[in-house]
Write a protein that binds this ligand. Structure first.
Ligand code: F6P
Length: 541
């Protein structure tokens, strides 16, 4: 399939002209003042997720030009190629079929490759869910704790989802996630566990990852040292490399396939901890929510397609406005690991500097994605978001209803949480002029400073853009939809940039150098090293 890179289109030139003529100066306050229906005009309802895009620096003509860019880049054909299982991960010669992981077994035919993949998925999914149910049936007796050992996509997604879906988790099971190759991560966890009541999931797509294998070894030693005998019952592997898991001594395994990228793998056997937490029915709901978003992405017209429109705003900000990062602010404690999960999804996918043909791209790609749950972020870095020199688009995620049972005092907390969420996007957009700030009486301690000086400090520039996503409740289904929304958005921006969003060669050099340094840390040999690495190695040995 030929790839039309965004900067090689007429739409790109038109967008640059539009940016120079009015986009650069765009003022949100004026836009709202001149269009009473702006909220409705820039709202998109997708399965499980409502999006208010009106507080972004765009108007109808920006949106039309951006949507034209998507069309000219052949985004729909690229999307269809992904769904059809074409090997769009060109540098690894693989299909990208995480959408097959959540397709129902009776899904209408797509292509021979995809249909075969869906068949394979269900041949593993059914026994996986049956296994999860067996573990749940023994919760509180045979198993009290589930320890997932994995890193990157084998940790971030499952961990994020298990935390998010705590309300639906089995009440007699505790879940732990260990990822770092650092005794300070695993030791305190193991210290709390009973070997004979713990299920250890070793989650690794490749089953070659240093951190995971090292932690799995530690866990196995701990298991036998603490009276554990039945490895087959207490260790389960989830991997595409069942042979390596068997060599490691794990006989209970669930497989998946190389067409599932690590950061897209929580829907596969890698999601075993999620399935154990929320049960087979909950996991099916989770998959169904994602599938509903897949269908929206596959069929909605570009102008009403939420992942497409979010990606177009990303391109508008990154490549025309030059904004370097995006802050994610989930106003739900359950989503506290969501920003960390998104960091891998977005930055490992789109942190690329060459296009699919190996040419250096003459424009910026992935923004830095970062954030903390509201309202914690408000009391940390929101100062910078409101008054700093950089403009950082913020993505608010609000959840209308709290968990069941959150009534009384908890209900009051939820109203306060939502009010904070609304206030922040309003404040970013409205700002406060120095003249308005000057009306406020200065703090007593500052009466010696001129009123105008204080007013400047207290003024807010405003016109700072944000998107607000709204879920009715945080459930397996809506979480599935939300995650799939982000997966497709990342696909779209990567496709527009003409890069391969599905490889991650950038992590390899550090792994190789680490392997070379390991024996040196033991021997102290520094020959041939640069003086910084040599000096630090000597100091750390
Ligand atoms: O960091 C590189 C990476 O390959 C990620 O893409 C992946 O999610 C992670 O390592 C873990 O890999 P594995 O699941 O094979 O252990």
């Amino acid at each position: 399939m030929s790839v039309v890179r965004c900067d090689q289109t007429d739409a790109w030139k038109a967008l640059q002209a539009h940016y120079d003529a009015s986009g650069r100066q765009f003022d949100l306050r004026a836009a709202f003042a001149s269009d009473a229906g702006r909220f409705d005009h820039f709202a998109i309802e997708a399965p499980g997720v409502f999006a208010d895009l009106s507080k972004n620096r765009w108007d109808a003509s920006t949106r039309a030009l951006l949507t034209g860019l998507a069309a000219e880049c052949g985004l729909e054909a690229r999307r269809d190629a992904m769904f059809a299982g074409e090997p769009i991960n060109l540098t690894e010669g693989r299909a990208v079929l995480h959408t097959a992981l959540r397709a129902p077994s009776n899904a209408p035919p797509v292509s021979a490759v995809t249909d075969a993949a869906i068949g394979e998925v269900h041949s593993v999914l059914d026994p996986l869910l049956a296994y999860a149910e067996r573990v749940r049936a023994q919760a509180g007796t045979q198993f009290t704790d589930v320890l997932n050992i994995g890193i990157g996509g084998s940790d971030l997604g499952p961990q994020m989802a298990v935390i998010a879906l705590q309300e639906f988790a089995h009440p007699q099971l505790r879940f732990h996630f260990v990822s770092n190759v650092d005794g300070h991560d695993i030791a305190p966890v193991l210290a709390r566990l009973d070997a004979n009541k713990t299920l250890v999931i070793v989650a690794s797509k490749t089953f070659t990852t240093q951190e995971t294998l090292a932690n799995a070894n530690v866990a196995r030693e701990w298991f036998t040292a603490n009276g554990g005998t039945d490895v087959a019952t207490h260790f389960v592997g989830v991997t595409t490399n069942i042979e390596a898991a068997a060599k490691f001594g794990i006989t209970t395994t669930f497989g998946f396939w190389d067409w599932v990228g690590g950061r897209y793998s929580l829907w596969s056997a890698i999601g075993l901890s999620i399935a154990i937490a929320i049960g087979a029915d909950g996991f099916k709901e989770f998959l169904a929510g994602a599938h509903a978003m897949d269908e929206h992405f596959r069929t909605a017209p570009l102008a009403r397609n939420l992942p497409v429109q979010l990606a177009l705003i990303d391109v508008w900000y990154r490549n025309f406005h030059g904004f370097t990062s995006r802050s994610v602010a989930p106003y739900h404690q359950g989503l506290k690991r969501f920003p960390a999960y998104l960091q891998q999804l977005e930055m490992e996918s789109n942190g690329k500097r060459v296009d699919v043909d190996g040419r250096a791209v003459p424009f910026a790609t992935s923004p830095v994605v970062w954030g903390e749950p509201g309202t914690n972020g408000q009391h940390a870095y929101f100062q910078m978001l409101h008054q700093g020199t950089d403009v950082v688009p913020v993505e608010f995620i609000a959840v209308k209803r709290p968990a069941a049972g959150h009534d009384g005092a908890y209900a009051d907390l939820h109203v306060k949480l939502l009010a904070n969420c609304l206030a922040q996007s309003q404040a970013l957009m409205q700002g406060k002029a120095p003249a308005e700030a000057a009306q406020e009486s200065p703090p007593t301690a500052s009466r010696t400073i001129a009123r105008e000086v204080i007013a400047e400090h207290r003024a807010f520039p405003g016109n700072r853009p944000s998107t607000t996503l709204v879920l009715d409740a945080l459930t397996p289904r809506t979480l599935g939809s939300l995650i799939a929304l982000y997966e497709h958005r990342v696909f779209c921006s990567g496709a527009l940039w003409g890069i391969n969003s599905f490889d991650q060669w950038g992590v390899e050099l550090g792994k190789a150098l680490c392997n070379a340094l390991l024996p040196r840390l033991a021997s102290g040999a520094t020959d041939g090293l640069d003086s910084s690495t040599a000096g630090l190695l000597t100091r750390l040995k």
